[in-house]
Design a binder for this molecule. Structure first.
Ligand SMILES: [Ca+2]
Ligand SMILES: [Ca+2]
Ligand SMILES: [Ca+2]
Ligand SMILES: [Ca+2]
Length: 246
């Protein structure tokens, strides 16, 4: 199973088009890594599915699970930045946490990219090279709504606001939203992304909808252990998918 995961690298394209961070992904999303719509049914069929950590919560009368939650995620890079985007269908926007602390993005509607730079074979939980880039779906944009969890050789789970990022959130109907962000990797980590680099990648999307912690879907990984994260490879620019003429 591990071998299969390693062979099927997630190919993250380089971006060569100018990006404006305004909550509209149209200028770059067709050129980013993107693998379709994710919902609980699709995650249920994935290699990394675990019902204990991949679940949505039903609160009294609710629409179908696909209206409760579905999303597309976009990831790309250039020599300096990591570009992150999402288009989300969600029945309830929940960014209130009764026991709020700045680091508790996972008790709110949030999307978090877990990245290991570079990929290694050591089991680490936010140790050296591990980064979480997290964005809370809060249109008020409090300082904790962009969050960075990381580690060093001697310290894990360092928690701090993500200042080296520009991001925008556009709210839609109910809890729907579009997220667009770019993280200044060079400034934050000293790393200059290069063609062919291999990283670890997992995505965590939390959707408590008024409940306690627990409603979330995890893609390409099984939690904080970075050895469970998918293998990502930085590849060259990709052209948008062509539609055939009539
Ligand atoms: Ca844009
Ligand atoms: Ca929901
Ligand atoms: Ca590792
Ligand atoms: Ca929600």
């Amino acid at each position: 199973m591990l071998l299969l995961c390693l062979l099927a690298a997630l190919e993250i394209p380089r971006l060569a088009v100018p990006v404006t961070i305004d909550g509209n992904l149209s200028e770059w999303k067709e050129r980013a890594f993107h693998d379709g719509v994710w919902d609980v049914y699709r995650v249920e069929k994935s290699d990394w599915y675990d019902p204990r950590i991949n679940r949505l919560t039903r609160h009294s009368v609710e629409p179908s699970p696909s209206d409760d939650f579905s999303a597309r995620y976009y990831t790309a890079w250039d020599d300096r930045y990591l570009y992150l985007g999402a288009e989300v269908v969600d029945n309830v926007n929940d960014v209130e946490d009764p026991a709020h602390e700045p680091k508790r993005w996972y008790f709110k509607d949030a999307i978090c990219w877990f990245v290991e730079i570079p990929r290694d074979t050591v089991n680490e939980r936010f140790g050296e090279g591990d980064h979480a880039f997290c964005f809370v779906a809060d249109a008020r944009r409090p300082p904790y709504a962009a969050w960075h969890r990381s580690g060093t050789k001697v310290q894990s789970y360092r928690e701090e606001p993500l200042e080296a990022a520009e991001w925008a959130l556009k709210r839609g109907r109910n809890g729907d939203f579009t997220l667009e962000a770019k993280v200044d990797l060079q400034r934050l980590t000293g790393v200059t992304p290069r063609l062919g680099d291999t990283w670890g990648l997992s995505l965590v999307h939390t959707d408590p909808d008024g409940g306690d912690y627990g409603g979330h879907l995890i893609l390409y990984g099984k939690g904080d252990d970075d050895n469970t994260w998918g293998l990502a490879r930085l590849v060259a620019e990709r052209a948008p998918v062509e539609r055939r003429p009539d």
